[in-house]
Ligand binder design. Sequence first.
Ligand code: GLY
Ligand code: MN
Ligand code: MN
Length: 440
Amino acid sequence: MCTCHSELFSKRRLAFLEAVAKSGEDAICVFPAAPVFTRNNDVEHEYRQDSDLFYLTGFAEPGSVLVMDAKTKQSTYFVRPRDKDREIWDGPRFGVDGVKEHFGASEAFTIDKLAEELPKLLAGHRRLYYRLGVSRPMDDKVLEALDRTRARGRLGVTWPVEIVDPGTILHEMRLFKGGEDIEAMRKAADITAKAHLAAMGRTKPGMHEYQVEALLLETFRAHGSERPAYGSIVGSGTNATILHYRANNRKMGDGELLLIDAGCEYDYYAADVTRTFPVSGTFSKEQEAIYDLVLEAQEAGIAKSVKGSSLEQVHGACVDVITRGLVRLGLLQGEPEQLIKDEAYKPFFMHKTSHWLGMDVHDVGSYHTGGKARPLEPGMVLTVEPGIYIGAEYDKVPAEWRGIGVRIEDDILVTAGEPDNLTRAIPKTVDDLKRAHAAA
Ligand code: GLY
Ligand code: MN
Ligand code: MN
């Protein structure tokens, strides 16, 4: 989201500050940029702004801190100074004048002034909204400023006596996606669909997993995605049974399944999609039976992704279908109800079905309210991603079932009516997968 969205960001800052003010205490709020991590010597890991700071400002530069006053609604930015030499090497910086002009800063300082100015900004406020524990060096700076403010108590200065996690308010805002968020998520979903289709059309026995990963990354970037939303998982054969497989270096063979869990980020919003299909285009009987069962479970989970339901109910629907199906296939023995109570499905389906999706792939927002599963509401986006994973060494089932891993994952927007599957364009029935594979 570019600076042309500056109105959107100022609306968000105001909505956040109004919610803070409503909590009854006078407050000051501090949001630091994501830290820069050195890879080696003078080379850094790829930088991505902290999602909270970006959500509130659209400002992507490292070395910055946003301070907002809930009473005056003023936003003070601390930013890197303009620097002719550094800008030749690393690109332009907005600097103090730039953040005032383009990012709605009421006041701005260079970041080296933080130790001097932050104590003044904290003074007179009773509550500090700051997320402790994310960055110890930043915690030190904020706590030092707090201490310096307290030290002026003799002069009649008051200081924050409570530190509150801003996530209690901001992450609730981020959980509910508005028009611009959904627009970006649809774009991330569309690009991700192109990437999965390219992978389906080009995968052949004899190729390496990394060649498929390369296709995904190429498609993401070719369509304007900034980066993958997480490390792409491209697991063939028994690698498909490893939940977060990342090596992506195996040569794929005929008769194997390929599990691809990959999604791009667009305008700081993520897609998160898994598809599983045969490397050669044709399922074996056992692979197809497992695949159809996961698909049936996933569709039951999506059908439950409606207003008033909950992630627990979505998961419950998948567990129910998977357990009954495993009994039908002879892979579990017993009464489905009892097997569900005993969690007998867990050696096959050991993770939960859903998580929130948004700026972060495992997005923010609480999963429970008042100790209970939280009801789904329009504007929330969740994944529905059941799977069955039968390890190569799992000797409680006949050999022909071993080494099969299948997961199917879509991104679902909860609406006032039917679930809106943002990633529905990506084939997932056995017939559609065959067509997509033959399309190359
Ligand atoms: N790609 C990580 C997940 O599906 O949760
Ligand atoms: Mn995923
Ligand atoms: Mn996921």
